[in-house]
Design a binder for this molecule. Structure first.
Ligand SMILES: NC(=O)c1ccc[n+]([C@@H]2O[C@H](COP(=O)([O-])OP(=O)(O)OC[C@H]3O[C@@H](n4cnc5c(N)ncnc54)[C@H](OP(=O)(O)O)[C@@H]3O)[C@@H](O)[C@H]2O)c1
Length: 434
């Protein structure tokens, strides 16, 4: 098997390391030698984290037309050049391995359709949850099931930041800085902390598990960038941990979909996933609940998944299963539950004027929207001290836990609460996973 790797950055050089260091092991498992015949980079002068002969490293994408190549491994990222590389490879008769969730989220239709039409295969295990074999699990190992719910911590960077904030009492900015120093977060961490990266991974999983072609604009996506230590500590005080949670849950033929920071009960496995680890809790109608966990990113965990895809192509397994995956379903009968109808309990935190009548005003607004209060916490040491204001009135932190309410009710209440003069920012609202 002759492959070309496009991109020798973090993941690409990890793939090259495995294939060169463990050539005999890979050959024994596939019954064939896997040779890297071309590796394409942007800057030929950059030092590389792998030992490939300089004769095969090039900055010329035209080498991908080499008829000797069986498989193109796309590891450059992004949605423009990567799209060209993948589509050209398929049209030239090559199979493709990619770790690029952004590409599959934005151009998945075109990529999968082109591959199907041309009888080629696209493998993408590394695109979701790095080293955790969730694509294989959903597409193959659990093929006898209808997935009924899928909830996951899919962004290791966010999970690392939240862990550092909670366990080490760091501010959000300090935790982001540490994530950057450790190589978990990019110089511009927006894609991770705004929830976009996790939401893109959710679209890939939803497509595979429910045959639904969606974009990140089709559902509620919120990041961790406005969370404070106070909320994480308050969650713990109430018996929860806060995680950036992606959810896809079937209610009949409606799919509840969202990606947002969520309170998770401390005794639940998802609450116990720290650092840069990912976890997916998946419920199938036959198997019941299953959990998949491991490193969601990083050089070798991601390379592990990429090389597994290459091996799967080498033995011919991927070519058999790819045509049957539910990636191009025209109609499964499943539609997205409108976000206004999603029902949860909520955690609300306000800065409230410390005067008689404040509580009744808040309760009135919630009552007008038929939201009932389950519990209320005020003047609690975990919430911090009151904030004095210039006119000698102080604002005290207040937490309310609601009973079940819909997102629609809460959105309407948010607007009316924002008009109350007895409340000052912040106005935090986080869903609770029961
Ligand atoms: N890093 C992770 O932990 C991780 C985890 C899961 C999935 N992924 C996905 O894996 C893919 C690669 O990520 P990465 O972290 O390895 O990225 P990276 O470190 O930035 O590496 C990108 C590589 O692509 C090369 N490249 C970029 N544009 C190119 C062009 N026009 N022509 C030729 N080569 C080009 C770069 O060349 P130069 O080195 O010469 O600049 C570099 O070698 C992305 O889709 C990412 O989402 C990454």
């Amino acid at each position: 098997m002759k492959i070309a790797i496009v991109g020798l950055g973090t993941v690409g050089s990890g793939v090259a390391q495995i294939l060169t260091t463990h050539k005999a092991r890979t050959a024994a498992r596939t019954g064939t030698n896997i040779d890297i015949v071309h590796a394409v980079v942007r800057d030929l002068k950059k030092p590389r984290d792998c030992d490939l002969p300089s004769s095969i490293v090039t900055d010329d994408l035209a080498v991908l037309n080499d008829p000797a190549i069986d498989t193109v491994v796309e590891l450059i990222g992004g949605t423009t050049i990567a799209r060209d590389v993948v589509l050209t490879a398929l049209k030239n008769g090559k199979n493709v391995v990619t770790a690029n969730k952004a590409l599959l989220c934005v151009h998945g239709d075109e990529v999968f359709r082109t591959a199907r039409e041309l009888g080629r295969t696209v493998c993408f295990e590394a695109a979701v949850a790095g080293g955790v074999p969730i694509i294989e699990a959903v597409g193959q190992s659990l093929a006898s099931n209808q997935v009924t719910s899928l909830e996951g911590i899919l962004n290791g960077t966010c999970n690392f930041i939240l862990t550092e904030m909670f366990l080490k009492e760091k501010t959000y900015n300090d935790a982001v800085r540490l994530a950057q120093e450790k190589g978990y977060a990019e110089a511009d961490p927006t894609m991770d902390v705004a929830g976009t990266d996790a939401a893109q991974k959710l679209t890939v999983l939803v497509r595979l598990a429910f045959g639904l072609r969606i974009s990140t604009d089709d559902f509620l996506v919120k990041g961790i960038d406005s969370l404070t230590l106070t909320d994480l500590q308050q969650a713990a005080h109430l018996g929860y941990r806060v995680k950036l949670l992606c959810t896809a849950k079937l209610h009949g033929d409606k799919l509840e979909l969202h990606c947002q920071p969520t309170f998770i009960r401390r005794e639940q496995p998802l609450a116990d996933v720290d650092d840069a680890y990912n976890m997916i809790e998946l419920h199938g109608d036959a198997v019941g609940k299953t959990w998949f966990s491991g490193m969601g990113a990083g050089q070798m965990p991601t390379a592990s998944a990429v090389v597994a895809d290459i091996i799967s192509l080498a033995v011919g397994r991927a070519q058999l299963t790819f045509p049957r995956l539910t990636l191009l379903e025209e109609s499964t009968g499943i539609t997205i539950l409108p976000k206004e109808e999603i029902q949860r309990r909520f955690y609300l935190r306000f800065s409230a004027l410390d005067k008689p009548g404040t509580l009744s005003r808040i309760a009135n607004v919630l009552g007008e929207h038929k939201i009932s209060i389950s519990s209320l916490i005020q003047h609690d040491e975990t919430l911090g001290p009151p904030t004095p204001s210039t006119d000698d009135e102080s604002y005290v932190p207040m937490v309310i836990i609601t009973h079940l309410a819909t997102e629609g009710q809460m959105l309407a209440a948010d607007k009316d609460l924002a008009k109350l003069k007895c409340l000052a920012p912040p106005h935090v609202r986080l869903p609770i996973r029961d």
